[in-house]
Design a protein around this ligand. Structure first.
Ligand code: NAI
Ligand code: CS2
Length: 496
């Protein structure tokens, strides 16, 4: 018998206090749920959300509009225990990306609802802007954090700043309008899996504003708060099976999202225009998020990426399937305890061994179908903060990083576009064609291939790439993995 708890949505409102950029699965199942809890508890409708997609997908924006912006979140503790919440805090959905043509995203002209979104950003009611636009949506070099001024979309926002396409561009124009109107700026809260996500967002916005107007850039530097946050809840992309599973519970909702019951949000407390008192609803307000963010990125996300590339190369589909294998669980434990945990500077009462075990339990949640291909996406944007900064710290302290080296070898092999049995997969990454070019150029010359990858300086910190022990370990792991397969590589690692 399944234990199902159902919670109805809070009352609606048309007072928009929060504008969100990136109406994806995570926003619907994380930030919106905390706000829903807050609204149910307090009845305060002043923090309604206007949520916009700047890219795909317009269909979700329109479907939520049709559904009166109500949808469901199913939170699975395991396959026996689920809480289904109806969410009522999103009051408006907008789309500013390229229009669909013949049912295909991104073919038409830009900016359907851009003016509405900019008006929201410039409205005195808007006090917070949150973002989940994925790592690549900030247009920063993953390794250095510098704005990618040569990217065509950033170049377009520099050339025509009043009709912005990108998240940094929209923030700059929204802030420029507020400044011109004599309004205080909103607070910008990144909820993406980036290190120092607030500081990085600030860099992107200030660097873009500098190209437009020095006084505006200075005003942003002095007046705008960009608190950092650590966000955590596993919310896989929905599958047909998830939709069918919810239908069995009587929930016919094409806009529903399924996630785990666990949820965490640690936020730096810097909101000059105010915020909901959401700490009562589970948000942890702290002075410095960095230790929590680094812990989560290296331990949880680092483990996820290990499973993603190694598992995908062996034809494994989901996280649950991957952690059903003892050799992969042993790899994760070793990676977390020997290569990630020693690099973390945590408050004294943090038990990293217990955290590692809790993560393994969460990965083993049998009610989630978290596809490894989803996690494998955008590796070039994810690896520095998940693996590489930690590996650099570990090596500098005289340690070894064999698990990370195997992970990097698997990522390199994965970007060739097929698995170890020759089955092809898409490589969804802003650097995909550059990386494919490196495979084409270096073919079976493993040392040259590894050297060429480590020289991609938007990904690999220079000091790590220049470390011969690291390059050697990656090349050896690559050879073992491609000759002996996943089980052979994991067995060799266990013996080493
Ligand atoms: P999703 O695929 O459902 O949504 C992705 C969102 O990012 C969409 O709104 C899309 O329009 C937007 N986007 C993609 N590229 C963009 C670009 N270049 N510029 C502007 N917007 C862009 O993915 P989901 O699950 O919502 O995850 C989004 C982000 O949330 C992740 O990348 C991560 O940083 C963060 N996150 C996700 C978690 C999860 O379990 N799904 C958990 C913790 C954080
Ligand atoms: C995952 C994360 O897609 C990925 O790369 O590692 O989205 C992960 O599920 C979340 O960070 C969990 O909070």
């Amino acid at each position: 018998m399944q234990d199902v708890t159902r919670l109805p949505a809070s009352a609606g409102s048309d007072r928009i206090g929060i504008v969100h950029l990136g109406l994806g699965a995570f926003h619907r199942a994380h930030q919106a749920v905390y706000l829903e809890r807050y609204r149910r508890r307090t009845g305060d409708t002043g923090w309604g959300v206007s949520s916009a997609n700047l890219r795909a997908n317009v269909a979700l924006v329109d479907a939520l509009h049709e559904a009166g912006h109500r949808y469901h979140v199913a939170e699975y503790a395991d396959s026996e225990h689920v809480t289904v919440r109806e969410i009522g805090v999103i009051e408006e959905t907008l789309f500013t990306g390229k229009e669909q043509v013949d049912g295909r995203d991104g073919q038409g002209s830009w900016g359907r609802d851009r003016e509405t979104l900019l008006a929201r950003l410039a409205s005195p009611e808007t006090r917070i802007v949150t973002l989940t636009v994925t790592e690549k949506g900030y247009f920063l070099s993953p390794a250095s954090g510098e704005l990618l001024v040569d990217d065509p979309l950033i170049a377009a926002d520099i050339a025509d700043p009043e009709s912005p396409c990108t998240a940094p561009g929209l923030l700059v124009e929204g802030l420029a309008r507020r400044r011109a109107a004599g309004l205080a700026p909103f607070t910008v809260l990144s909820c993406d899996n980036m290190p120092d996500n607030g500081k990085r967002t600030r860099n992107a916005v200030i660097q873009l504003a500098e190209r437009r107007n020095a006084a505006l850039a200075t005003w942003i530097e002095q007046e705008v708060a960009f608190p950092c946050s650590m966000v955590d809840r596993i919310v896989p992309a929905m599958t047909e099976a998830d939709v069918a599973r919810l239908a069995e519970l009587g929930i016919e909702d094409a806009n529903a999202v399924v996630g785990e019951a666990f949820s965490q949000w640690v936020v730096e407390d810097d909101f000059p225009l105010g915020r909901p008192d959401w700490e009562v609803d589970g948000v942890e307000m702290v002075a410095d998020v960095a230790p929590f963010e680094t812990m989560k990125l290296r331990m949880l996300n680092g483990s996820h990426s290990l499973l993603a590339y190694l598992g995908a190369l062996d034809g494994i589909e989901t996280v649950f399937e991957a952690v059903s294998r003892n050799d992969l669980v042993a790899l994760l434990r070793r990676y977390m305890l020997e290569e990630a945990a020693p690099t973390l500077a945590m408050p004294e009462d943090t038990d990293l061994a217990a955290y590692a075990e809790q993560l393994l339990e969460r990965f083993a949640n049998d009610s989630l179908r978290h596809r490894l291909q989803q996690i494998a996406m955008d590796g070039s944007q994810k690896l520095p903060q998940r693996w590489l900064h930690g590996a650099q710290a570990c090596l500098a302290a005289g340690g070894k990083v064999p698990c990370t080296a195997l992970g990097v070898a698997a990522w390199i092999r994965y970007t060739a576009g097929d698995d170890l049995a020759g089955r092809s997969h898409p490589v969804d990454d802003p650097l995909a064609s550059h990386l494919a070019g490196l495979h084409a150029r270096h073919g079976d010359d493993v040392d040259a291939l590894v050297r060429a990858f480590l020289a991609v300086d938007d990904v690999f910190p220079r000091a790590l790439a220049a470390e011969p022990r690291f390059a050697e370990a990656v090349a050896t792991a690559y050879t073992t993995l491609t000759r002996q397969g996943l089980a052979g590589a994991l067995a060799a690692l266990a013996r080493a």
